[in-house]
Design a protein around this ligand. Sequence first.
Ligand SMILES: Cc1cc2nc3c(=O)[nH]c(=O)nc-3n(C[C@H](O)[C@H](O)[C@H](O)COP(=O)(O)O)c2cc1C
Length: 373
Amino acid sequence: MYKTLSPLLFLIQPETAHKLTLKALRYAPTWVLPSGRNPPSLRLALWDRVFPNPVGLAAGFDKNAESISGLFHLGFGFIEAGTVTLKPQSGNPTPRIFRCPEHRAVINRMGFPNLGVANFKQNLEKFLRRKPRPNGVLGINIGMNKDQTNPAKDYTSLIRTLAPMADYLTINISSPNTPGLRNLQEKEPLTELLTAVMQERKNSCGTNPPPILVKLAPDLTNDQLSDIASVLLDLKIDGVILSNTTLARPDFLPPSFAGEKGGLSGTPLTDKSTEIIRKFYALTKGAIPIIGVGGISNGADAYAKIRAGASLVQIYSGLVFEGPNLVQKIKDDLESLLEKDGYANLEQAIGADHQKQDAKAQQDTGEQNVKSA
Ligand SMILES: Cc1cc2nc3c(=O)[nH]c(=O)nc-3n(C[C@H](O)[C@H](O)[C@H](O)COP(=O)(O)O)c2cc1C
């Protein structure tokens, strides 16, 4: 059905097409949605949660948590709703989403338009009342309002309201379209913010606190990434999401598209986000689970991120160009790729590239020792 409709969707403004898609997912009877199967080898237990498969929907697609049920029926193992802010806000002037089908790329400068936490909470309550609840994990991505000068105030207040309803919570400090937000990735403000976040979780969540994840930009330097890794390890942050959109503009993009302000996603981000996953996994020796996101448009892209160190993956732009069947396609491809490499399950493949490198380094040292003996 998407193949038939997509030429029409590409004729209208990207944001209008997106709104129509969300409405369709909200009201469509579940039997028309593809749903599909979850290969047993893709099941993963993490943070005391069971992910029926590792393919998730990235934040920004369902900002107001209005279509979660329909989205789960597309076969995702997890959905990340949001980014939601405390107060409603309208975001940047439109147009603010731009597509480049030739390079399967998107630039957006949305600026967190959303209806605010009160509306988000109502929608979530409606979803959680559904019986049976669709199989899968529900993450909530939170951000600060554009006019907030004390970020910790917004994040802690959002945690108080939403933590009891979330399977995990993401602290978004990496969208490029909220002035000053990315500065929260610097060591001091990061430590201050995340200390407040962890304290709030302790105060408001009792015995079953949701894991706290931090979503980072792909444009960090090695020094910045190393500082962040040490802060996250010190504060016992549960996970990271790598990555958000990039401010970079590769030369091959047409100037009319590359000239748009905002964050770039899709295929031009694929390798950049995989490399930052690889670096973060190496820095933390795999101690902090990673959700890998950025330019995944097939199973091989997802598998590369898993081998580089991601435990789970998410997609957004790939869905725009490939349609909802992409979810099942990635799951099927991952199942075959694991089998081809001789892994019984997903867990065995997480960070596999690093084990190969370590083995090679050990072998090289062994050979050197033999030579010098
Ligand atoms: C139109 C659009 C809106 C987005 N909004 C958000 C958002 O609200 N919060 C967030 O954390 N990421 C947001 N993102 C970033 C995605 O979650 C994802 O990290 C990024 O697009 C890279 O993945 P992709 O290449 O598969 O799209 C948005 C991306 C797009 C394209």
